[in-house]
Design a protein around this ligand. Structure first.
Ligand SMILES: Nc1ncnc2c1ncn2[C@@H]1O[C@H](COP(=O)(O)OP(=O)(O)OP(=O)(O)O)[C@@H](O)[C@H]1O
Ligand SMILES: [Mg+2]
Length: 299
């Protein structure tokens, strides 16, 4: 899909001038953003920027203090996460709601068990549940050898994938992922990024929260940057090279500032330790820029 084509698709979810106050704390102020079906909207920002508060507001956990919320073009006012889920807004939190000792298939169907027969003969259809779990995971490219395996034996990335596959199977139209790659190594993060693309290809509007522009850039269609509770910018991928995204993220700019600060400290009396720190910060910054360039070439 080209950028121009995507411009004509109506948003599935949109908020206009949303604010959220917790007593005197202004967690969000005048935030407007949209999510289109079949696109990945990346939500970026530093610690405390308001990312989790924003998605909790979208997911029905918080009610906005001010502003408007539209889903499929109609104004909505969710009273609970279940309310949002019933509209097709599924959220995968980083601390996944899964039971480690329970099998993969049971976790997959947790709270939505498929039944067979009519009451009073209705019973949980185990073989169907196992088959669906295996099939749905296969669609996401994961080969589950044994659906009876406890979910706790899966890797972090695979567990995230079970949660994503589950949301997709139960008809999510919008899938919200709060830092799904934060605790993962490079390879597992790659696995989760692939499922994000799969969900996108199935026409789901994905909201992907991350601190890491290198995770966001390869999968994102547009990038919403939050700073101190307000929107700093919303950039279509075509309009923002990765390097710019990296430097707009607080991390990039701060690291550069930090390396200068440490370098000047080492010129005074702080000595060798500060110099080493400065070098490390510089090297880290250079690696980030290099990785950014690498990722752009990979596309
Ligand atoms: N329930 C709450 N009560 C009071 N203040 C809150 C509450 N939830 C969030 N905040 C405040 O709102 C601001 C935004 O927090 P939020 O958790 O949304 O940030 P975040 O961008 O998700 O950060 P992180 O990257 O660390 O997860 C913070 O200053 C936080 O202290
Ligand atoms: Mg958060």
């Amino acid at each position: 899909m080209t950028h121009n084509e995507s411009m004509t698709i109506a948003p599935i979810l949109e908020v206009k001038s949303i604010s959220k106050f917790f007593g005197s704390v202004i967690a969000l102020h005048d935030v407007s953003m949209f999510v289109r079906p079949g696109e990945v909207t990346c939500l970026l920002g530093d610690n405390g920027a308001g990312k989790s508060t924003l998605i909790k507001t979208l997911a029905g956990v918080h009610k906005p203090t001010e502003g408007e919320y539209f889903f499929e073009g109609k104004p909505v006012d969710f009273n609970s996460p279940r309310d949002a889920l019933e509209h097709g807004i599924a959220t995968v939190y980083q601390d996944l709601a899964m039971i480690p000792l329970m099998s993969i298939w049971r976790n997959f169907f947790l709270g939505s068990e498929p039944t067979k027969g009519v009451p009073p003969l209705r019973r949980f259809d185990v073989s169907h549940a196992k088959q669906v779990t295996r099939e749905e995971m296969a669609k996401m490219g994961i080969d589950i050898r044994n659906p009876d395996q406890p979910v706790g034996t899966l890797s972090g990335g695979e567990r995230q994938s079970v949660a994503i596959a589950r949301a997709v199977y139960f008809g999510a139209k919008v899938l919200i992922l709060d830092e799904p790659t934060a605790a993962l190594g490079v390879k597992q993060a790659g696995v989760v990024l692939r499922y994000i693309l799969q969900a996108k290809q199935r026409g789901i509007g994905v909201i992907f929260i991350t601190h890491n522009p290198h995770h966001a850039y390869p999968v994102g269609d547009h990038f919403v940057i939050l700073r101190r509770g307000t929107i700093y910018g919303d950039y279509a991928k075509a309009d923002v090279p990765l390097e710019q995204l990296v430097s707009m993220m607080a991390g990039g700019a701060d690291l550069e500032a930090l390396s200068h600060e440490l370098a000047s400290a080492s010129r005074t009396d702080t000595g060798r330790a500060a110099e080493e720190l400065a070098e490390a910060a510089q090297a880290y910054h250079a690696t980030a820029v290099e990785a950014a360039e690498g990722a752009t070439q990979d596309e």
